[in-house]
Design a protein around this ligand. Structure first.
Ligand code: GDP
Ligand code: MG
Length: 723
């Protein structure tokens, strides 16, 4: 029995469609050299093996927007007639331009065969085309042909039959369109879900992109399909357009086109073409890239840029951080002098002000960091960083776009996993995204740094810089290995073929930078501020209640009385003695409190890693926010309030404590680096992953992993050094 395959020839004007059509079907059609000659479709048949193939010659178009009749005719034909195969005819001597249309076919999820036409012209120009490479990068068959001489026809027909007989609807290509467009697409998604009848015709993401492109035909269809939702969608699109106008001074269409060209450019950069012809506007970008992504110069420049970013951030924010800390200290002093002692005062000072101060103290750093990152991002440099790191990351089952989340989370020094987790939105493969999401919290964020500094400064002061460097390297190594582990087990799956968008460089506008910086900083203040405030109060309560029973407080009180009579003449000695009693009482009170009981209960297992009950409290508190570890350690070691920045006295206390030594310090260090991400991060992971399951997994996985590591360090270390 003979089957008939419906195939359509599509491509840019003058790519040789009609010539190919004639060569395949033998019919004589007028071959014109100007666009628009083939407005109505011509049909012809061809026998290949046992298959009859019906070819339709579509009008030539550069794009599939709704700007011209040809484009609409071609698009409607492809959507409504649903040919089994689309043969995309491409002028090989002008690849970049021609692939623009190809990308749009792929975004529509159409079954495609690429006919790389005019290979004779390309060869004459000395271009070397690697069609196999192009095939693997695009994921569709690519057949080099010469339509005029009929060369490659059989291979082309084989490919057509092959794709048609697969009867598989390819999943639509998804190109990242940058933060603003992506956010709009995410918002449009639930609204578009109401357009059932459009759904089986167009990919959902494509519909969103078209709405943002202001495509009149699609807008009309959406209006008919979901009359009550259409307005909301259009308003959302307008918002995005306005926002882009304000920040970058361009329309969404331009951004979308830029990213498509960026995508093509990055394909062509992968040694597909020996010598590339580049569109004029992209030429400068290419020249810059020749230096900036150079094999040797590239990484050096990248290191300098990142180092510059941190120097910039820390030098500018230093004074503001001091100022903010001073401000919060002042507020506490004010409360101290104005209010009578009591639980409310204690809660305000230890719970509210310290908690808020801990979070808001980071705002200047976050702000300058985001500003620097906005400069790198808006200018297009970040895409290059990801491009350079991709090979390494690919090996570990991640993607070039994973690099930025890692750096934002603290990959160099300082940072925060919350924006890091949000930055994984640029990743489009769900499994690679999930692997990135779950491993970015391993980086040394800004809140872990003071703890690391404290422990390293106390127990390894001779090699401080080295240990700090090692901690950074260790974080990367562990994160990458954990990613590999996840990708080999729960997140098993094919890597997405590496194609990253390299958008052209743009000069960032001051307005755009300010808006981007402010948006992100505000997000941090809002999210972290509300959650941490609550947690801080909760922790205060856990460490304060229940209070010691009266008979115990009476004993301390009588001790005080005793000292007052003993040291009646020596004021200095009395003060010292009273402080000691206060300390002892605070320690006992802490052990008696809920938090203390939790810490003590955990001692059974934590002692395997050399961790005592007081440190347990700090570690449990650290789950709320890593900033809490130092202040809780301070309280737990009965020093009263310890400022994370002035931890000298705590350091002395730890050094003298019999429960602590360099081995247990190292074990705690490792544990703090890798255990459960802080609460805010976990919430963000749940939100980004779309389920609490993964957030829970991240808490359990990281904690168990960190615990095993800490026990190993402690047991092996004790065996080697303490016996
Ligand atoms: P269409 O607009 O896509 O239908 O393109 P046409 O079929 O009208 O071809 C445009 C021009 O390219 C004509 O002059 C063809 O002779 C020429 N042409 C088509 N295929 C080839 C080829 O493989 N090699 C060369 N050198 N010229 C070709
Ligand atoms: Mg034609």
């Amino acid at each position: 029995m003979q089957t008939t395959i419906n195939a359509a020839l599509a491509g840019n004007p003058n790519s040789g469609k009609t010539t190919l059509f004639n060569s395949l079907t033998g019919s004589r059609q007028h071959v014109g050299n100007y666009p628009g000659i083939t407005v109505e479709q011509k049909e012809g048949c061809r026998l290949h093996g046992s298959h009859g193939i019906r070819f339709v010659d579509l009008p030539g178009t550069y794009s599939l927007s709704a700007y011209s009749v040809e484009e609409l005719v071609a698009r409607d034909f492809l959507i409504n007639e649903k040919p089994d195969v689309i043969v995309n005819v491409i002028d090989a001597s002008n690849l970049e331009r021609n692939l623009y249309l190809t990308i749009q076919f792929l975004e529509l999820g159409l079954p495609l065969v690429l006919a790389l036409n005019m290979m004779d012209v390309a060869e004459r120009r000395g271009m070397l085309l690697d069609s196999a490479k192009l095939e693997s990068l695009l994921g569709v068959p690519v057949v080099p042909i010469v339509a005029r001489s009929g060369k490659g026809m059989n291979t082309l027909l084989d490919a057509v039959v092959h794709v048609a007989s697969e009867h598989r609807k390819p999943s639509p290509l998804e190109i990242g369109y940058g933060a603003d467009i992506e956010e709009a697409l995410r918002d449009l998604k639930p609204l578009l879900a109401h357009c059932n009848s459009l759904y089986h015709l167009y990919p959902e993401r494509w519909l969103g992109v078209k709405l943002l492109e202001n495509d009149s035909q699609i807008i009309e269809k959406v209006r008919v399909c979901a009359p009550d939702k259409a307005e909301a969608m259009l308003v959302r699109c307008e918002e995005t357009a306005d926002h882009l106008q304000r920040t970058l001074g361009v329309y969404p269409e331009a951004i979308i086109a830029d990213h498509r060209y960026g995508y093509i450019k990055s394909i062509l950069r992968r040694d597909v073409v020996g010598s590339i012809q580049v569109a004029d506007r992209l030429y400068t970008s290419d020249r810059i890239d020749r230096v900036v992504t150079h094999r040797i110069l590239g990484p050096i420049i990248m290191a300098l840029v990142l180092f510059g970013l941190y120097t910039f951030t820390f030098s500018l924010s230093g004074n503001m951080v001091d100022w903010l800390e001073g401000f919060f200290a002042l507020v506490n002093r004010g409360i101290d002098s104005m209010m009578a002692d009591g639980p409310l005062k204690s809660m305000l000072m230890s719970g509210v002000v310290d908690g808020l101060g801990g979070v808001l103290g980071f705002v200047p750093i976050i702000m300058f960091m985001f500003f620097g990152i906005a400069v790198l991002e808006d200018s297009g440099y970040l895409a290059r960083v990801a491009f350079m790191m991709d090979r390494i990351f690919h090996f570990f089952g991640l993607h070039g776009s994973s690099v930025m989340p890692f750096i934002i989370s603290g990959g160099i020094a300082g940072g925060c996993a919350v924006p890091g987790v949000m930055a994984t939105r640029t990743l489009r493969s769900p499994k690679e995204r999930m692997a990135t999401l779950l491993t970015v919290p391993f980086m040394n964020c800004g809140a872990k740094l003071p703890v690391l500094t404290l422990l390293i400064g106390t127990f390894f002061s001779a090699h401080q810089a080295w240990y700090m460097f090692l901690a950074t390297m260790l974080a990367w190594a562990v994160a990458l290995c954990a990613a590999k582990l996840l990708r080999l087990t729960v997140l098993r799956g094919e890597p997405t073929p590496f194609v990253m968008e390299l958008p052209p460089y743009r000069f960032p506008t001051a307005r755009g930078l300010l808006i981007h910086t402010w948006e992100r900083t505000w997000q941090y203040i809002k999210k972290a501020g509300t959650v941490i405030l609550g947690i801080s109060i909760l922790l205060w309560a856990l460490m304060t209640y229940p209070g010691l029973p009266e008979e115990r407080t009476n004993i301390f009180e009588s001790q005080r009385q005793e000292f007052r009579t003993v040291h009646v003449d020596d004021k200095g000695a009395l003060e010292k003695a009273l402080l000691e009693v206060d300390g002892a009482e605070a320690a006992e009170q802490l052990r008696y409190s809920y938090a203390g009981r939790i810490g003590t209960a955990l001692e059974g297992i934590s002692s395997l890693a050399g961790v005592d009950w007081r440190t347990n409290i700090a570690l449990v508190g650290g789950f709320a926010a890593k900033e809490v570890i130092i202040s809780t350690l301070g309280t737990a070691y009965s020093l009263g309030e310890v400022n994370p920045e002035e931890s000298g006295s705590l350091s002395g206390r730890l050094a003298k404590d019999p429960n602590w030594n360099s081995v247990s310090a190292l074990a705690v260090l490792v544990f703090i680096m890798f255990y459960a991400p802080c609460f805010v991060t976990v919430i963000c992971i749940a939100k980004e992953a779309g389920s609490w399951k993964w957030a829970f997994f991240s808490v359990a996985f990281n904690t168990i992993f960190a615990f095993i590591l800490a026990v190993l360090v402690y047991q092996v270390g004790s065996f080697l050094y303490l016996h």
